[in-house]
Design a protein around this ligand. Structure first.
Ligand code: SF4
Length: 422
C-alpha cells in the first residue's frame, strides 16, 4: 500500500535536459528492463553506436548475472544523442526508460508510516533550484513511489542514533527535526549553523537514550540545542586551525570527491590506476601543484588554496543551507540506504561535504586566477561532490568511514568547516 509522502518544501526541480546524469552515472538494469530494451530493436539507423554494446555484464557469478547500460567512448550512456536527449525517451516515451533513469534525481526513504523524499545535488538544476516546486509534483512522485518503494516499507527499522542506540520512528524524526531547526535558523551564516549542528550530533553521540524517550527526548533536544548554540563562538576566527593529520586526511577525502569516475576513466585501466595512485600521494603530501583530476580543474599550488578567500557569496549560503536541509529532512544521510550509518556518523559525513565544497570551489576559482569565490564555483563544486556522496563505492568502504571517524574524533570537521569557510 502506498505510504504518504513527505516532500521538501524548499526545493524546486524540473529536468532541463543537460544530459549530465546520462554522462556520469552507471545505470544498472533489471532482467525485465534488459528484455524490454532488446525488444525495442535498436539499430545504427536510430543513431545508437553500432560498435558499442547496449549492455555490459556486471558481477562475478555466472549464475546471477547483472547488467548495466553500455556507454559511448566518452563515458556517456549509449542511448544519449548528440543533443543531450535520451533516445529511448524520444522514441518510446518516458515510461520505457529504465527505472533508475526515471527516478533520478529523487531518493525515497522509508520513515515509519511515511516516505521522505530527498534529491541528489549532482544535478545542476537541483543545485540552482530551477523548475517546478517539488510540492507541486506529488502526482508524479506517487507514481514513482509505486515503482520504487517495496511492500512493507513501513516496517523498516529506524536508523540508530549512535552505535547501539536506537529509538522508535517518532523519536528518530525528532532528532532529524532538531538538526533541521538549527540549519533553518534565519540570519545565521551557513558555517555557524553547521558548526552548531555538528556540536548537537557530538552531544547526541555522547548520550544514552534508554531513559530519554517521548516527551523527555523533546525536552532533552531543546536543552542540547541551546548548548550547541552557546558552544559555537561568535567570532569564528577564534576556532583553532585544523590539525596536521586532519588536513592530510581532508585532502585525501577532497581528492575522492573531486575525481571523475565515469566509464571513460575506468576504460583507461591500469594507466588510470597509476595516475590516481600518484595523485593520491601528492594529495597526501599537500605540496607543489594540485593534480588535475578531471576536466574543470587546472593545476594550482596547494598553498594557494589555504589563505582566506573572503566572505562567501550570498547565494552560497542559500545553496548549502538548502542542500543540508533537503538531505536531513529526507533522511538522506543515515540508515539502510547509507550503508546503515547511524545518524551521528551519517551527519558528520554529510557535514564534511561542506568544507570539501569550499575547497573544490577555491580550486575552481584559483584555476581562473581569482582569490574570491563566485556562486558558480560553489554550485559547480557541490554538483561534483554530491555526485559521489553516499553513492560511489569507495565511500562505502571502511577506509572512507574510518577517515570520517578520525576527523570527528580530532574535532577537525568543525575546524575544517571554519577554516575553508572563511
Ligand atoms: S537510458 Fe536515457 S535517461 Fe537513461 S542514462 Fe541512457 S540516455 Fe540517460
Amino acid at each position: 500500500m502506498p505510504l504518504p509522502l513527505q516532500l521538501p518544501t524548499i526545493q524546486n526541480w524540473s529536468c532541463h535536459s543537460c544530459g549530465g546524469c546520462c554522462r556520469q552515472h552507471s545505470v544498472e538494469i533489471t532482467p525485465e528492463e534488459r528484455a524490454r530494451i532488446t525488444s525495442q530493436n535498436w539499430t545504427a539507423d536510430d543513431g545508437v553506436p553500432s560498435h558499442r554494446p547496449l549492455f555490459v555484464r556486471l558481477g562475478l557469478f555466472p549464475w546471477s548475472p547483472r547488467y548495466r547500460l553500455g556507454n559511448q567512448a566518452d563515458g556517456a550512456c549509449v542511448f544519449l544523442d548528440e543533443r543531450g536527449m535520451c533516445r529511448i525517451h524520444g522514441k518510446f516515451g518516458e515510461a520505457a526508460k529504465p527505472l533508475a533513469c526515471r527516478i533520478y534525481p529523487y531518493a525515497f526513504h522509508p520513515a515509519g508510516g511515511k516516505i521522505t523524499i530527498s534529491l541528489r545535488f549532482s544535478c545542476p538544476s537541483v543545485v540552482a533550484n530551477r523548475g517546478k516546486p517539488i510540492v507541486e509534483q506529488k502526482q508524479e512522485l506517487k507514481l514513482l513511489e509505486g515503482l520504487v518503494v517495496p511492500e512493507g516499507a513501513e516496517r523498516t527499522r529506524p536508523p540508530e542514533v549512535a552505535p547501539g542506540q536506537r529509538l522508535d520512528w517518532p523519536d528518530t524524526l525528532k532528532i532529524s527535526g532538531a538538526l533541521d531547526e538549527l540549519l533553518a535558523e534565519e540570519g545565521a551564516p551557513i558555517v555557524v549553523k553547521l558548526l552548531r549542528a555538528l556540536r548537537l550530533v557530538d552531544l547526541l553521540g555522547q548520550s544514552r537514550f534508554e531513559k530519554i524517550r517521548g516527551p523527555r527526548l523533546s525536552e532533552f533536544l531543546q536543552i542540547v540545542g541551546l548548548a550547541a548554540r552557546a558552544d559555537v563562538p561568535a567570532d569564528l576566527a577564534t576556532i583553532p586551525e585544523p590539525s596536521r593529520t586532519g588536513r592530510t586526511q581532508f585532502r585525501l577525502l577532497a581528492a575522492q570527491y573531486a575525481r571523475q569516475d565515469n566509464f571513460a576513466e575506468q576504460a583507461k585501466g591500469l594507466r588510470n590506476r597509476w595516475r590516481l595512485l600518484w595523485a593520491a600521494m601528492r594529495f597526501a603530501r599537500g605540496k607543489g601543484l594540485v593534480p588535475r583530476l578531471q576536466e574543470p580543474f587546472v593545476e594550482v599550488p596547494f598553498a594557494d588554496l589555504e589563505p582566506s578567500f573572503g566572505p562567501l557569496p550570498a547565494d552560497a549560503d542559500e545553496i548549502l543551507t538548502r542542500y543540508l536541509r533537503v538531505k536531513v529532512q529526507g533522511l538522506h544521510f543515515c540508515g539502510r540506504t547509507q550503508s546503515g550509518e547511524p545518524m551521528v556518523e551519517g551527519f558528520q559525513s554529510l557535514a564534511l561535504v561542506v568544507p570539501v565544497v569550499f575547497w573544490i570551489a577555491r580550486w575552481l576559482a584559483a584555476g581562473s586566477g581569482r582569490k574570491r569565490l563566485a556562486t558558480e564555483d560553489v554550485a559547480r563544486a557541490l554538483a561534483i561532490a554530491d555526485h559521489h556522496h553516499g553513492y560511489s563505492g569507495a565511500f562505502r568502504r571502511p577506509g572512507f568511514r574510518g577517515r570520517v571517524r578520525l576527523l570527528a574524533r580530532l574535532d577537525d570537521i568543525s575546524k575544517l568547516t571554519a577554516w575553508y569557510g572563511r
